[in-house]
Design a protein around this ligand. Structure first.
Ligand code: C2O
Ligand code: CU
Ligand code: CU
Length: 508
């Protein structure tokens, strides 16, 4: 059997009466907080340390899988119509061992949606996730709030709905889609629900010969019986990092390239809670794009790029060497670890690039990629603080993750803004760990970071929807929402989001 087929391949739909995931699927993560285990210290030890029954080795080194693409059923130009069916199926991460996983249309990661600026998108969503509500959230896109898969618009298990919106002109970039039902998001994502959505421009500034390769980074933890491991307490505290990091669904895949070639990559951090400090062995990176599309000008000679959960980067790498194999690595990063179970800090190989064949010529980048106009003078200021609480319950440690000491309440509006206003948001993190801050329905501009009294202006303008805020840091961003509606903002460590580190902004 072809490895690519069994890694990416078909997921057999089992139906709600078939093989079931685990008892965790029945209750999810308690939205009330993180009660750690039901039997005090014993539960805690089990949750923390019981990873001996996990699969330690996955097959690796297969060719980098191409992502499945979602086909449009529409014949009309500018109209993209399709169905996304979130179902439980059986997947083989290890040949011959069935893993019950959730998948959109049976593919892991979910099929790539490719649209062009100005297109009209119409997706019928079928929620066949057994026993849990779900939604599809279109991460990073500026679309109407009632089409954005808010937790307050759940689709019941067995039900369906249509999401329909226009892809804004000027929004070309690397987005993604994933569930957002409150209390179930982390679990549905780590069980397989997430996919990339690429918005193309009619006039991309970059030479087509650079190619355009999506690298969707996710992770998986498997029990030896093939089932996906439930979250441990360490996962709930820190965000699930996953035992095995996957690129396009495969472990340590290999991409073969001509020596000397220049290549464009879109890298996604689609993990629940792993920080990726990326480094290309033997090569520098040129950063050309962020969450919301191209930068104004390339940023050259980068040794490393930190991608917090949910962040994306577009880069170009010139593979100047004549031959050899080079790894894309995630280097050690101190993200602040709470409780036990801190992973060994080591450089992790994500994938490899093999240079072989006849040499290609490097491709020069244009100096100007696009215009990014600074958002201008802010007419209002908002200040948010990421806070945490620690306690003891049943002899075990508990943690709460909040914004301004409050956890998410669907019935509460936390902030209000006026459509069209430019606002300065100050997000402070007084906790002991990093939290990536994300806002729905818009792209913002980072202005500066402040830590230990030192203010550092952002080195370049970019459109962002997620920004990492390190422990004891304050980040200032400029935000503008264009349309009325209720928008979420939250920490994008999905376990923290489920625990309530999330609020609602009403744009009027
Ligand atoms: Cu990708 Cu509300 O999140
Ligand atoms: Cu989002
Ligand atoms: Cu967080």
């Amino acid at each position: 059997m072809n490895r690519r087929n069994w890694l990416l391949g078909s997921v057999v739909v089992l139906g709600a009466g078939g093989l079931w995931l685990s008892k965790a699927m029945n209750h999810g993560v308690s939205p009330m907080g993180m009660a750690m285990g039901n039997s005090g210290m014993a539960g805690m030890m089990k949750g923390m340390g019981d990873v001996g029954s996990r699969i330690q080795k996955l097959p690796e080194g297969a060719p980098l899988p191409e992502l499945a693409r979602l086909a449009s059923t529409s014949k009309t130009a500018g109209q993209f119509s399709a169905t996304l069916d979130a179902s439980l199926g059986s997947h083989e991460f290890v040949q011959g061992l069935a893993t019950p996983a959730l998948a959109y249309n049976g593919t892991l990661p979910g099929p790539m949606i490719e649209v062009t600026e100005g297109d009209h998108l119409k997706i019928e969503f079928k929620n066949n996730v057994p026993q849990q509500p779900s939604t599809i959230h279109w991460h990073g896109l500026e679309i109407p709030a009632n089409q954005d898969g808010n937790p307050s618009d759940p689709v019941a298990s067995g039900a369906s709905r249509v999401y329909e919106f226009d892809i804004p002109v000027g929004s070309a970039g690397s987005y993604w889609y994933h569930p957002h039902p409150h209390g179930f998001t982390a679990e549905q994502v780590y069980r397989g629900l997430a996919g990339p959505l690429i918005v193309r421009s009619k006039a991309d500034a970059l030479p087509a010969e650079l190619g355009d390769t999506v690298l969707m980074i996710s992770s998986i933890s498997l029990n030896t019986d093939g089932t996906i491991a439930e979250n441990t307490m360490a996962d709930n505290f820190n965000g699930r990092e996953g035992d095995h990091v996957l690129v396009n669904g495969a472990k340590k895949p290999v991409l073969s390239l001509a020596p000397g070639s220049s290549r464009r990559f879109r890298i996604y951090n689609a993990t629940n809670g792993r920080f990726l400090r990326l480094n290309f062995e033997g090569h520098h990176m040129t950063l050309i794009g962020a969450d919301g599309g191209l930068l104004a000008t390339p940023v050259r000679n980068l040794e490393e790029i930190l991608l917090a959960p949910a962040e994306r980067a577009e880069i170009v790498v010139d593979f100047q060497s004549s031959a050899g194999t080079f790894a894309l690595n995630a280097m050690p990063y101190e993200r602040g670890w709470m409780g036990m179970g801190k992973p060994e800090s080591a450089t992790l190989q994500l994938m490899r690039f093999e240079l072989k064949g006849s040499a290609a010529k490097p491709i020069a980048l244009p100096e100007k990629l696009r215009d990014i106009i600074p958002l201008g003078t802010a007419t209002a200021t908002k200040r948010l603080t990421f806070t945490e609480t620690m306690g003891m319950a049943n002899g075990g440690m508990t943690m709460g993750f909040e914004i301004d000491q409050k956890t998410y309440d669907m019935g509460r509006i936390d902030l209000k803004s006026r459509a069209g206003d430019v606002e300065l948001w100050e997000i402070a993190n007084i906790t002991d760990m990093d939290h990536p801050f994300h806002i729905h329905g818009t792209q913002f501009q980072i202005i500066e970071r402040e830590k230990n009294g030192v203010r550092t202006p952002t080195p370049y303008l970019a459109w962002k929807d997620t920004v990492n805020i390190t422990s004891k840091e304050t980040v200032r961003i400029k935000v503008k929402h264009s349309t009325p509606g209720i928008r979420m903002y939250h920490c994008h460590i999905l376990e923290h989001e489920d625990a309530g580190m999330m609020g609602q902004l009403e744009v009027i």
